[in-house]
Every structure is written in C-alpha cells, then in structure tokens.
Design a protein around this ligand. Structure first.
Ligand SMILES: [Mn+2]
Length: 466
C-alpha cells in the first residue's frame, strides 16, 4: 500500500527493542492477518495484523516475521509471480524485501515449514502472540517437533513458549514520534470529515431535501478517502434523533429531521493508525434549549476529564472527573431527583447516574481503535482491593489503574443518553449526546489532536450557518 515509499527506521528500532526484551536465547514468530472470505470468491478488504505491521511496516498478506533475540530478522512473504500479480496486484517479493523493509533476509512464504525449525534450533524460548491467530499454536507444535527430531544430531529444542503480546502491548501503549505524527494526521482528516458532515446536514435541510443518515456517512467516507485514508477505522455511527441512545448504532436509512440532534462517531484509519471522534450537533444548525443544556453539561464533563489527563495521573482519573460533573448536572437538571437518590456523593457511590451514562470515558487508541495495553498499573498488580458493585452486587477485584505516561494516546468521550421513561423530564426524551476527542498524554497535560472540528456549541452553530 505504501511500503515502497516508507522509511524503515522506526520499524528497525522497534524490532531491536523487542529483541532486547525476548533475550538473546529467544525467538519470536509474528504472522500477519489472513485474508478473509466475504462470500464465494470475494474477500473482505484486506487489513494487515497490527503487531506485524508495527514491526515491519509491510501491508501484504501471506507474510511472517521471525525475529531472534540477537536482533536477526527474517521475513517470509509471497514470491514474485507475474501471472498472480496481474490478478491480485503487485508483490514486493523476497528479493526486494531486505532493501525495502530493512530486514536481514527474506524467503518465499512456501519455505516457512522448511526453514522455521532451523530458526528455532538452539533457542530456549519461542515467543508468539497467544490467542490471536487461529491455528498458530498447532503450527508452532509442528515446528517444535521438527526441531525435536533433530536433537540426536545435537540440536537443542526451545523449552518455553511465551506470549509475545505481553512485551508488544507494552511497547505499543507508548507511541513513538513516528506514530504520533501519523495519528495527528489521521485525526485532522477525521476532524475535517466531521465538519463537512455537519455542514451538509444543515445545507440539505435548508434546501428542503430529504436527509438520511447515509448521506452524512457518505460525506465522511468521501473526505476520508479524498485525503488518502485507506478506510474507516471502525463502523461509522451516524445516529439521528433518538437513535443516538443506541450505543452501537450504525449509519442507516433513518431520516435526519429538522429540530433533532445527530450523533456521529467516526474516524478514519491512516497508514495503519486509527482516529476516533464523536460530535453531536443540531441537524439544522441550531440547538434547542434542552438540547443545549445537556450538550453543555457533557462538554463541561469533558473539560474536567481533559484537565485530569496528564502524565502521573491514572487512567481512571478522567472518568472519575467526568462522572462527578455529569452526576451533579443530572441533579441540577432534574434527571435525578435528590429526594430519591440523595446527595452527589450518594449518586456517585451508588452509581445512580448509570441509566444515563453507562460507558467508560475512554480507551487506548492506536493501530487498533480499542488499542492494546493493560489498564492496570503493572508495578502494582498485587495491590488488590475488593468492593461490591452497587448495581449488580457482584464482588469486584480492583487493581490500581494505569499511571499515564507521555506518549500514551487515549480517547476522552463522556456522554449522556436519555431514553423516554417515567420520572424523566419530557424535554430531554430521546436526546443522546457524546463528545469524543483523542489525546496524546504529555508531561504537563495532554494534546487534543482532534480539535480541527470544534466542540463549543456556539462554534458548531457558526460553522453550520450558510
Ligand atoms: Mn471511542
């Protein structure tokens, strides 16, 4: 896709860092993703494996990276085949791979079974991603038994199998300069796509047209592709009116009505990296009073979360900050009745806000939209405490949540979802709002990389005016 023009430096640096972690007697096996059939002889659009791409920058299917703890890298890839390339497209091929990708050597993927046992010989541990590739364990078994059949000639067979996800997830959690740069560009493209979708909605309504969710979805896609993004990073949510209260709603055929809100949760993937933006805006470009009251509450809760996002804070801190602001707002706006639920502290303690705010305030973001990386602090794994969940009565084991470090990237996405129901003020019925931005953690705070599309209510109205 873009391997011919890429720099090999960041990938070589990551391979070297991983080699150090698996140790001189280790060897790692990293396959890319398989092609997947959609129906009959059509495949789904191909997407490489994120771990594999992280270490190679290579986007072709049918490829494997073998990395020794001494830093020797071997790539197996599809061989040049002019006839196949006429049908399926260009292949890099093993002859060109070392110069193009910076690996030490490369072979045709058909030689994998022949060569792999030799690469595993005399190593003490074989590393590969556990529970990630169907059938990989069985293939490793086969290669190990091939090594074992040679032990009487003096070969040593690895005695340990280790999960490569451990060290790789930790590495991927902190984004290097190259990754941050790609993520900033992905975020900017997505922001511009959101601006266009907002403007299209207002314009079509002004022109008296029949606006559907798919019109706005098409506008997003157009801008993603126009700016070189390969595809959406996840299924775009374009939810008109009360559809916004369905958390995993997808862009469908529902009409976008004058007077209602539209919630769009969509982001492009650029060169392997995701962006993830949610904006909620009035379809016609003007908030009603109740819409604006809830909108400003969610925005205030996001401000609080942003203020709680910096190196040294914990992953849960932005969520706790969000909940405090949202819970107070629910009391103030009459969504919660203090006579029934008690004080702010009671609302937080008993999770009484849950019917209107039922998800977490963020997640790691990277190559995968819900990116890898542990949410608990590795240095405090043993510090457990137990509490009873006030809603389910389940006993939950808590561990201290992750301490944020510069270069970690997370989303900050509070929301409020008001379904019609008894005791719920009617003016808020069917309103669903979420505001989501992507943040790179810095020493002193965080860098919001998605503010190319505004969040302020007045600014959104201004950009939607004709
Ligand atoms: Mn998200």
């Amino acid at each position: 896709m873009h391997s011919h023009q890429m720099t090999t430096k960041p990938y070589a640096a990551r391979r070297a860092a991983l080699a150090r972690q698996i140790g001189p007697d280790g060897v790692a096996i990293i396959p890319t993703a398989p092609e997947r059939q959609r129906n009959r002889d059509s495949d789904f659009l191909y997407r490489h494996d994120s771990y594999f791409y992280y270490l190679t920058g290579f986007t072709e299917p049918n490829a494997w990276l073998i990395l020794t703890g001494q830093g020797q890298s071997t790539l197996f890839c599809a061989p040049k085949d002019l006839e196949r390339e006429i049908w399926d497209g260009y292949r890099l091929g093993p002859e060109a791979a070392p110069a193009s990708l910076g690996v030490d050597e490369a072979f045709a993927v058909g030689e994998l079974d022949l060569r792999l046992p030799r690469l595993l010989e005399n190593k003490s541990a074989v590393w590969y991603p556990f529970a990630t590739h169907k059938g990989l364990e069985t293939r490793v078994d086969g290669w190990l038994s091939a090594v074992r059949s040679r032990v009487r000639f003096g070969a040593l067979c690895p005695e340990q199998q280790r999960d490569l996800c451990g060290p790789l997830d930790e590495m991927r959690l902190v984004k290097d300069a190259h990754e941050q740069d790609v993520m900033r560009r992905a975020a900017q493209i997505s922001a511009e796509a959101h601006v266009r979708a907002m403007q299209l909605s207002a314009r079509m309504l002004r022109e008296g047209k029949d606006v559907r969710e798919y019109h706005l979805d098409a506008e997003l896609l157009h801008e993603f592709r126009r700016q070189g993004s390969q595809y959406p990073a996840y299924g775009s949510i374009v939810a008109a009116g009360a559809n916004a209260c369905v958390l995993h709603y997808r862009a469908d055929t529902a009409p976008v009505r004058d007077g209602e809100l539209v919630l769009i949760d969509a982001g492009c993937e650029l060169d392997g990296y995701a962006s993830d933006i949610t904006r909620t805006f009035p379809a016609n470009g003007r908030f009603s009073g109740p819409q604006r009251a809830l909108y400003d509450l969610v925005l205030a809760s996001q401000d609080a979360a942003v203020a709680a996002t910096r190196a040294g804070q914990r992953f849960n801190d932005p969520h706790d900050a969000t909940v405090r602001v949202l819970a107070q707002g629910m009391l103030d706006l009459g969504l919660l009745d203090a006579n029934q639920v008690g004080s702010l502290e009671d609302v937080i303690e008993k999770r009484a806000y849950f019917p209107f705010y039922m998800h977490r305030t963020g997640h790691w973001l990277g190559m995968d939209v819900h990116d890898c990386g542990s949410y608990v602090e590795p240095s405090q794994l043993g510090e457990t405490s137990e509490r009873k969940d006030p809603l389910s009565n389940e006993l939950i084991t808590n561990r201290p949540s992750r301490i944020l470090r510069p270069g970690m990237v997370l989303t900050i996405e509070p929301g409020i979802y008001v379904r019609a129901g008894e005791g719920v003020p009617e003016q808020f019925h069917g309103i669903g709002i979420r505001i989501e931005d992507d943040a790179i953690v810095t020493e002193s705070g965080c860098e919001l990389i998605t503010r190319g599309v505004p969040v302020d209510g007045d600014e959104i109205e201004a950009l939607m005016r004709g």
